[in-house]
Design a binder for this molecule. Sequence first.
Ligand code: FO1
Length: 327
Amino acid sequence: MTVATSGRGPRVVVLAGGVGGSTFTAGVRDEVAARAGALTVVCNTGDDLWLSGLRIQPDVDSMLYALADVKDRIRGWGRAGDSTRVSAELHAWGVGWDWFELGDLDLGAHIARTSWLREGLTPTEVLARLQARWQLGATLLPMTDAEVDTHVVLPDGTRLHFQEWWTRHRARLEPEGFENAGIDTAPPASGVVEAIRAADAVLIAPSNPIVSIGPILAVPGIAQAVRESTAPVVGVSPIIGGAPVRGMADVCLRVAGVPCTAAGVAGQYGSRAHDGVLDHWLIGEEDAAECDTVAATGVVAHVEPLWMSDAARTRALAVAALRAAGI
Ligand code: FO1
């Protein structure tokens, strides 16, 4: 896979989750490629799970499929035009979760991944093989090779895998908290810290702050690398007009005691001046009134159209994020 690694263009790193993060990152990829730069994407792996004997990495796969332009654009996950013949058979055998749909093409990726893992490859090496199939124009890295799956802790102490809580219960079970067992000793995947240190801009995608960006920043060494990076750090609010664009970030923010507002999430990430990670924060036109609140946290607010309703607007958002980073 040849990634534009010219020294001429900007070296950009994006920290991203799955559905919203991959849409944004595709726009960044187009813009960075147009400038002969190099893009590295650090993907959340907290959503990952073992199911039907297969290792499934939803946010990694959403990113892979988005950049390869083969993702189901309606759902934001899985493969475009997929079928569910194998999944129907698995359900008939009583294998897996009948509420968790695995498409036939998608299963191909999970079988390939699991076969390589069983051969002894690391998740980073597996992802390198998966992305080598397409000319992504970016290098995808997992945040860590350790398994740190997100679990949801319910008030009665029950622990559910995040994917069951979300896909089966649609986040209707009010959680007490989220946990990624073992994350405090999970090493960053090879290349992650190096890419952040070498970056001309670090972008935090409009992903779920608690269960997508949160785990990435919780991997020891990653938040510190961002804080110490010489590159400007620019985040894009996943909250517009007090609501998440999609998904369940409102529930997650409520559990974390963070206001479900653009300024609230900026406060959650914190400014670099106050031991956080942000220099700049892109907020929607609907939230222009929050500029001062964001500025009070030491972060520079930029009002931009955040709705990625088509490729042109997604590209414009990527340009705005890079502009905020001064490139
Ligand atoms: N999301 C759903 O709402 N229902 C599903 O059945 C489902 C299956 C699925 C299979 C593979 C995959 O990579 C993602 C899948 N997702 C499904 C989406 C997934 O829960 C989300 O993309 C993230 O994990 C949450 O942001």
